[in-house]
Design a protein around this ligand. Sequence first.
Ligand code: SF4
Length: 288
Amino acid sequence: MSMAEVASEKKSVAQFLKENRPKLNWHFTTACNFKCRYCFIDAARNVKLPDYLVALERLAPYFSEINFVGGEPTNDSRTLLTLMRRTRELGMKCSMVTNGYNLIHRPDKFDEVFDLCECIGISVDSLSSETNRSIGRQHARQVISFDEYVGLCRRIKSAGCRLKINTVVSALNQDEDMSDFFREVNPDRIKLFQIKPSMRKVYGELLISTETYRSFVARHREFREKMVCEDNDLMTDAYYMLNSECRFMSDCSHQENRKSPSIADPSTDMEEAFGYLIVTQEKYEKRY
Ligand code: SF4
């Protein structure tokens, strides 16, 4: 059911969300220590912590879980931890998707994250240093090594969090075989995304056909029970998303970059703001 169909059933989107309480991906920061060539993070500004807290309070009746994503959520540890603590106090679950660099290089700062999160997703697009460099997955010229990724995954699992690996398949890693890594870390879930064209950024030379994407998936078929595969079609309109200005938004495949008024402003009507979500509920549910 799309949001438009929800409205046509004479049910308000707010009512639908209260009944279903989906998971929200909150791109609460645009800052990142990596520079992936296909990063499609929106050029929005970040708001201040008190505004984020107002938004969080207003989200609680409608969403059961906040997935903190970026940018890189660990780039501002104070904001991240404050928001995660408050999320739990408000009765919602927390999860996070990170590139892993700060968790590896500044582990002392993030101990609490492991207690607060049910699930931590690590984006691992390649186990080859050369490929990671060509994608832009490096900070201060340092890439994450195979052993560092393995150590981080073990840390996540030993803390009792679910481990998810997210991999974007592009022209740069389309021939890679990540099976040894998946065997070594035994993630709970593996998400393989076909690189998505963006209306906001040009990286046409990195795009691949659905056939090429499917070959990558087939190479990793021994993990099929844990795999969630999202080609361009399945990924489109499948996420509830809020950006770093606390505005609901559609994904980057939409030409028209519609964003709701900020829900950090208490005068913003939530029903009006929900009207900017473009989500096909069947696609959302298929992921779980
Ligand atoms: S790690 Fe994620 S947020 Fe950071 S540059 Fe890469 S794609 Fe963008």
